[in-house]
Design a protein around this ligand. Structure first.
Ligand code: UT7
Length: 306
């Protein structure tokens, strides 16, 4: 769905959307196409890429704010669709920060020996919770899914090791009113629609993500100059550029896909990772920083040796 398509639905313009957000188009799931279907496709692609099969995965974490149903967890439906019958699968709800939370959680399972090989998926159908009469939100979001496979391996305990080198998660529930969905099983018995005070979220975003990025640098002794790639949550080009500039991250290392995907919440980072791998940018051994901020508020960062 292009910005021109949106001009026919609400009082907006391609100029406004591009200038304020950098978004040029977003993808909308087909009628009847659910989050679990998108997630399953992404998971299969990641498993093929990693050369692993259904018998190899013993942990599935699906980050989503748009589950197929209130329960069971969408992750269990993906598990079944992939033919995986062992291990554990569960959903993780941290909205736009969901993938970073998922990577961090999977890493804890792997480093403690609770799991050997994890599938971390970010998948969303935000088009289903948008108010298509509200131009301040409906132009911003899109649908999509992405996934990675993480495997436990012995390392040297240095930043030369492959895998998740550090992760830092935060939340502060006092910010609910700035970004929320106005429905749910326990409150309204409806699904509800996304509501956001964009300017308020924007005001907090840069400070929050740069705080947790600094935490990641401090924990590892790495600096912005050491990064091969910076893969931020893709919500708004201006937030991405301002965060990178604040920490001295070289512009040529920033992966930006917000122009083609819009904000796909928990799917945005793995979609950007997939695009950067397909483009031949991210390669084995590269140092990659991910970060995100979203409803709650929740926010987090991780540094991964690819
Ligand atoms: O992933 C979760 C985190 N979410 C985010 O990171 C989103 C953070 N926020 C943002 O990205 C930006 O705040 C927005 C893109 C949502 C909005 O940009 P802004 O520069 O903060 O604009 P604004 O909300 O201050 O609105 C400016 C004007 C308003 O008109 P007035 O009051 O100045 O006359 C809006 O009514 O733009 C108007 N406007 C629009 N105009 C055309 C709002 N939405 C639209 C629209 N088309 N779609």
């Amino acid at each position: 769905m292009t910005n021109a398509d949106l001009e026919k639905i609400v009082d907006t313009s391609d100029d406004w959307i591009v200038q304020r957000t950098g978004i040029r188009q977003r993808h909308i799931a087909a009628e009847g196409e659910t989050t679990s279907m998108l997630a399953t496709k992404a998971a299969k692609a990641a498993m093929d890429n990693a050369g692993v099969g259904p018998a190899d995965i013993d942990l599935i974490i699906l980050a989503t704010a748009t589950p197929d149903y209130t329960f069971p967890a969408t992750a269990t439906q993906v598990q079944a669709a992939l033919g995986i019958h062992q291990g554990v699968a569960f959903d993780l709800q941290a909205v736009c920060s969901g993938f970073v939370f998922g990577v961090s959680t999977a890493d804890k399972f792997l480093t403690t020996g609770s799991a050997k090989r994890a599938l971390v998926i970010g998948a969303e159908t935000f088009s289903r919770i948008l108010d298509w009469n509200d131009r301040t939100t409906c132009v911003l979001f899109g649908d999509g899914a992405g996934a990675i496979v993480l495997e436990a391996q012995e390392g040297e305990g240095t930043t030369a090791d492959r895998g998740v080198l550090t992760s830092h998660l935060r939340s502060d529930g006092r910010h609910r009113e700035k970004l929320y969905v106005d429905g749910g099983p326990s409150s309204t018995q409806t699904v509800g629609h996304l509501r956001m005070s964009g300017r308020e979220v924007f005001r907090h975003a840069v400070g929050m993500v740069t705080d947790v990025m600094r935490d990641a640098f401090e924990a590892t002794g790495l600096t912005a100059k050491d990064l091969d790639w910076f893969v931020p949550h893709q919500a708004n080009m201006r937030i991405i550029d301002a965060s990178a500039e604040k920490l001295g991250i070289p512009p040529q290392t920033i992966i930006k896909t917000v122009d083609r995907h819009g904000n796909t919440s928990a799917a945005s980072i793995p979609l950007a990772l997939a695009a950067a791998c397909a483009d031949g940018k991210i390669k084995r051994g590269d140092l990659v920083m991910i970060e995100a901020m979203g409803g709650g508020f929740t926010w987090g960062s991780a540094i991964i040796r690819w």
